[in-house]
Design a protein around this ligand. Structure first.
Ligand code: SAM
Ligand code: SF4
Length: 323
């Protein structure tokens, strides 16, 4: 499926809940009012939307949240999505806290890969960022996923004065384990607006000083906009997702489904289409959903305008969108 600018859109991120077991300071630092479950898409409804999306040309799905593993039955949903004709890949983004205990079910369901969000290796910093003492369970989740043969990417959001002394530890992980580590520049969505993002270029330059052998890695690494580098003896790569200082909208391939059924066209803007209303309305059908998806994709904005904060019309928090 092509958008109005000719970009091929084949990737959909699906938020299955806006609840979370952590309180990350830049995402959901405090409790937000709980959305009643009746307003959240059921797994049946998510599957129906994904079937229509696959008909429209979506090939890859990412299950996210809130914390997706905090919703019961997440692994079963992965299995259902994997069986949809046309869907080639289903992956998961998680904070990793509940990963180890869900791994065998996720592996059985055929999960293709997992992205684990981890911003620090220090227990006190982890507690300061997430409000919880769960670092040990996240580290266990990483190891269990690797043991199960599920490819792992680690996502780190750099934060000035918080984790900015730890880039080397992230790089070292790629030497010890076959894990891709990615640095994701903070975006001005929700609480992220209060941060001055660390430039990924500065992190790369620091790493180049520490590791003169660091070289660009042009091999294929998945669905996204990351630019990858590699240590000469690296088992994994080091990626940079630079939404703020290296805009990649020209190659955007994605749309997002919120847990309440809004299909979002760009992180920056609130515009979208209410697929739940179509699903729960009269005369609902896969064809009507497909048409609504194709029509909405046709008006996907050309680019974000994160550089001008007053142009960001999205008022939802990141926990309500899914990253
Ligand atoms: N709970 C899961 C997790 O943490 O991976 C999935 C949802 S979380 C919203 C998805 C990703 O968004 C996480 O990697 C998180 O660090 C990132 N994130 C949250 N707020 C952000 C912001 N303002 N800018 C950039 N990334 C952000
Ligand atoms: Fe929860 Fe993920 Fe947001 Fe942290 S980043 S509060 S783990 S949704």
């Amino acid at each position: 499926m092509r958008d109005g600018y000719g970009r091929a859109i084949d990737y959909m991120r699906i938020s299955i809940t806006d609840r979370c077991n952590l309180r990350c300071r830049y995402c959901m630092p405090e409790d937000i009012p709980l959305v009643p479950m009746k307003d959240i898409l059921t797994y049946e409804e998510i599957e129906l939307i994904c079937r229509a999306a696959a008909q429209a040309g979506i090939r890859k799905l990412k299950v996210t949240g809130g914390e997706p593993l905090a919703r019961l039955g997440c692994a079963e949903l992965v299995g259902r999505l994997k069986r949809i004709p046309g869907i080639e890949q289903v992956t998961l983004t998680t904070n990793g806290v509940l990963l180890a205990e869900n791994l065998s079910k996720l592996a059985e369901s055929g999960l293709d890969a997992v992205n684990i969000s981890l911003d620090t290796w220090k227990e006190d910093v982890y507690q300061a960022i997430t409000g919880r003492d769960e670092l040990g369970r996240v580290l266990e989740g990483i190891d269990r996923a690797l043991e199960a043969g599920i490819p792992v990417k680690l996502n780190c959001v750099p934060q000035r004065g918080v984790n900015d002394g730890e880039w080397r530890e992230f790089a070292e992980l790629t030497r010890k384990k076959p894990v891709d580590v990615r640095f994701i520049e903070m975006m001005p969505i929700g609480y992220g607006k209060d941060y001055e993002p660390v430039r990924n270029e500065d992190i790369l330059n620091q790493l180049k000083e520490t590791y003169p052998g660091l070289e660009q890695d042009s091999s294929f690494h998945g669905n996204g906009p990351a630019v990858y580098w590699r240590l000469p003896d690296g088992l994994g790569s080091i990626g940079f997702i630079s939404a703020m200082h290296g805009k990649f909208c020209e190659s955007c391939n994605r749309i997002r489904l919120t847990s309440q059924g809004q299909l979002k066209l760009c992180l920056c803007y609130e515009d979208g289409v209410d697929l739940r209303a179509i699903l729960r309305g009269t005369n609902s059908s896969e064809e009507r959903l497909r048409e609504a998806i194709v029509q909405a994709v046709g008006r996907k904005p050309q680019a974000h305008r994160f550089e001008e904060k007053n142009k960001v019309t999205e008022m939802k928090k990141m926990v309500q969108i899914g990253g």
